[in-house]
Structure formats: structure tokens, C-alpha cells
Ligand binder design. Structure first.
Ligand code: GTP
Ligand code: MG
Length: 410
């Protein structure tokens, strides 16, 4: 069993595998250690940061149910068999490229580079999007150096001011993908818009995965039929992608299903690290494969099952935040790209009036997605969609149906 020494910020430096572990995250080579650790309830000290407390208050989940933990361990045991796969990912050339970019930042010598990499800051993005106090704590670098590194990383990534005119130019080029339901399209302001992250959240069997399948077909349609003549990238975290449904939906639109299937690039994400990496790698194939739609079904399922317990919440939220920013950045770089993510709901036991269900992931996900759509069941095949958060759409509802042929008006 691996022994790990607790370091700052609730992490562990593990002498056995020479890696810094995030507290509470279950590493498959430390399955037994993680199980023991979970039982021990390690104290990481007081959190006096106000923002962090806000996250904690807002995102507390009910972990009383051991089932979630058991399922997480079952999944991890399966992962042991996929060892080779993960090693391949860690050896990815992309990461080397990212490290090269960090090395090329002004003032980064061997010592600084080592500190950054050891504490997990191995890309410009990870530096640009992480709050300075976290970089300072984790890497041991000074305030001035950290501020300079963040500024330089932001400049390299082109994060900065734009004129409202530039933004308007971009918005004029927004394209839309039909959902195959006129009502749902109208609700969304003529379909799913490119350049945004759209989140569908709701209870099980409310149609989140069905909408994702339908959009993978529809994105390929000619523009006059509501498509944008592009291909889809489907990141499946739950193993629920079904080519059979794509075939049914394609045939219902008189499309050659073999062509449609060929134009969907599929990636099964086995854990949250893998999911993050797949999105980072997506950037390399968007142009080459003419990808105009990225689906992540579901966005935070892995994070929820891997980061168990209250003490892991801040780390988990930070990772989800970075992951969402990876997605948002893709929209910025490729204005003709639409991103659709699905999200589970969790019950909020303290709500006595109104809907006690809300999207998992708390404020981080709420602020990361551009448009949020809440789905609930109606009668039979009917489902009800409601816009709950959009910068320009009113909060209204639409009824649609899930049929053999796919999504239709309800
Ligand atoms: P979770 O992933 O479990 O949270 O649910 P989800 O919201 O992704 O549900 P999903 O999109 O998988 O919807 C499942 C529902 O779609 C089923 O309950 C069916 O009602 C409907 N459905 C799926 N396939 C078919 C089909 O071939 N014909 C018809 N009529 N309905 C279907
Ligand atoms: Mg689903």
C-alpha cells in the first residue's frame, strides 16, 4: 500500500509513485489507500477564503448513500484493466508541447519550470486560468513571478479586451443547428447556437442523451434543412452512446446512415483526467475533421464519483472550472463550433417551495455554460424544456417528444 505525505493545500506527495495527489481523489494504483483514506476523514484545516466558502455552502451533496462510493470503486477496478490506455495518454506528445510553451515564457528557467510541473501547472492554460494564490501555494513561487507568468500566459493565449463591435461581428456569424422540434428551436432562439456552451440538465430519462444523438445527425444537414454541414465529436462519459439510435434518426431524415456514422468522432472518457485530456486533444482535430459540434454527455458525472466527500469539494470545483474553460476557449477559437453538455440534477433538501432539483456542479457550472436548459418529463413521450439561464433568451418553456424517429414536436 502506498504511503503519502500530506503537503500544502490538502494534497499528498506520494513517495511510491512520485506524484502529487489531490486530496480525496482516488488514484487507481492506490485503490486500497484511497479506501482507507476515505474512512479516516482527513482534516485539511480551516478555509477562510470567502469565495471558497461560498462554493462549499452552495455545493454540498448528500454523500450518505454508500452506493455512490461502491459504484466509484467498481468503476476504478475496471480501470485497472485499462492501465495501458492511460499510460499512453500520460505520454501524449501534446503534454510535451504544452510544457515547451511554459518553458518559453519569459523568466522561466529550469528551477521555475520544475516547480510548475511538479505542482501540475504544465500548460499555459493551467497558469492563465488558475487564481494566483493557488499557484503560489502549490508551486512555492513568489507573488511577482506568479503574476508575471499569468500575464504572459494570458497574452500568449490571446485573453484580453475586445471591442463591442468585434463581439457583434462574431455574433453576426453565429450559425444554428435545428433540434428537429420547432418548439424547442424557438425556445432556444432558432436552435442550438454556435460559439456557446449549451447545457441540458434534468433527471434520468428526460431526453438529454437523445437530444445529443439528434444533434449529431442534424449538424450534418445542409443549411437549408437546419444543419451547418459539419461533423460531430461525441465525448461519452457514461457509455450510453448508441449508433442504433443514430441509424434510426438518419433513416427518418432519408440520410445515408453510414455516412452519418462516419462523420461522428467518438471518444469514451473513462475517468475525469481522461475526459479533460480528450477535450484538450479535441483542439487538434476540430479543423482537420470539420467538427462543428462537440457533445460532452455527461459533463461532471466522473468528477462527482471520483471526488467524494466534503474535503475534496474545492479541488473538484476547480477542476470542473478549468474543464469548462477549456470548452469555452474552444468556442472562442472556433466561432462555428457549438458545444452541448449534459448535466445531472441533485436534490436540494432544504427547498420547500418550488423545484427542489437543481443542476449538479453548483455555481461553477452555472457560470460556465452560456445557456442552461432544464428538462423534465411530461406525459408519455413528451418532455418539457425550460430556459433557466441565458444572456438573451426569456425564461420560457417548450414541449417536445422523444419518438422512434428521434426528437419531434410534442
Ligand atoms: P440519464 O442519462 O439517465 O440521466 O437520462 P437522459 O436524460 O440522458 O435520458 P435519455 O436521453 O437516454 O432518454 C431516455 C428516454 O428516451 C427513454 O426513457 C425513452 O422514453 C426515450 N427513448 C429512447 N430511445 C427511444 C426510442 O427508440 N423510441 C422512443 N419512442 N423513445 C425512446
Ligand atoms: Mg443520458
Amino acid at each position: 500500500m502506498a504511503k503519502a505525505v500530506e503537503i500544502k493545500n490538502g494534497g499528498y506527495f506520494c513517495a511510491e509513485c512520485n506524484r502529487t495527489h489531490i486530496k480525496g481523489k482516488i488514484y487507481k494504483d492506490h485503490l486500497k489507500y484511497a479506501q482507507d483514506d476515505d474512512a479516516e476523514d482527513v482534516n485539511i484545516g480551516e478555509k477562510d477564503d470567502e469565495a471558497e466558502e461560498e462554493i462549499l455552502e452552495d455545493d454540498i451533496e448528500d454523500y450518505d448513500d454508500d452506493q455512490e462510493l461502491i459504484e466509484a470503486f467498481d468503476e476504478l477496478e475496471q480501470l485497472n484493466e485499462e492501465e495501458d490506455l492511460e499510460e499512453e495518454i500520460y505520454a501524449s506528445e501534446d503534454i510535451e508541447e504544452c510544457i515547451k510553451a511554459v518553458k518559453s515564457l519569459p523568466g522561466v528557467g529550469e528551477a521555475t519550470l520544475n516547480k510548475l510541473i511538479k505542482s501540475g501547472f504544465n500548460s499555459l492554460e493551467s497558469i492563465a486560468y488558475t487564481p494566483p494564490n493557488i499557484i503560489i501555494n502549490d508551486s512555492g513561487l513568489g507573488e511577482k513571478t506568479t503574476a508575471k507568468l499569468i500575464k504572459a500566459s494570458m497574452e500568449r493565449l490571446g485573453i484580453g479586451f475586445k471591442s463591442a463591435e468585434d463581439i457583434w461581428e462574431r455574433r453576426k456569424n453565429i450559425a444554428r443547428i435545428t433540434t428537429s422540434s420547432q418548439e424547442l428551436d424557438d425556445l432556444l432562439g432558432s436552435g442550438i447556437e454556435t460559439g456557446s456552451v449549451i447545457e441540458f440538465f434534468g433527471e434520468f430519462r428526460t431526453g438529454k442523451t437523445q437530444i445529443c444523438h439528434q444533434l449529431c445527425v442534424n449538424v450534418q444537414l445542409p443549411r437549408e434543412q437546419g444543419g451547418i454541414e459539419g461533423n460531430a465529436l461525441y465525448i461519452d462519459t457514461e457509455g450510453t452512446f448508441r449508433p442504433e439510435r443514430i441509424i434510426q434518426m438518419s433513416e427518418a431524415k432519408d440520410l445515408d446512415y453510414q455516412k452519418v456514422l462516419k462523420n461522428i468522432v467518438f471518444g469514451r472518457a473513462y475517468n475525469s483526467d481522461h475526459q479533460i485530456l480528450l477535450i484538450k486533444e479535441a483542439a487538434n482535430i476540430i479543423k482537420e475533421k470539420n467538427i462543428k459540434l462537440i457533445i460532452v454527455d455527461s459533463l461532471i458525472g466522473h468528477f462527482r464519483s471520483e471526488y467524494i466527500g466534503r474535503g475534496t469539494l474545492a479541488n473538484r470545483q476547480q477542476l470542473i472550472n478549468q474543464h469548462l474553460h477549456d470548452l469555452l476557449r474552444l468556442c472562442d477559437i472556433y466561432p462555428e463550433l457549438a458545444i452541448v453538455v449534459t448535466n445531472q440534477v441533485q436534490s436540494k433538501p432544504d427547498v420547500f417551495y418550488g423545484n427542489p432539483l437543481r443542476a449538479a456542479g453548483g455555481n461553477v457550472v452555472a457560470h460556465g455554460s452560456t445557456i442552461r436548459v432544464y428538462l423534465r418529463k411530461g406525459k408519455g413521450e413528451q418532455r418539457v424544456a425550460k430556459i433557466v439561464d441565458s444572456p438573451s433568451l426569456p425564461e420560457s418553456e417548450a414541449v417536445f417528444a422523444i419518438t422512434e424517429e428521434g426528437i419531434k414536436d410534442g
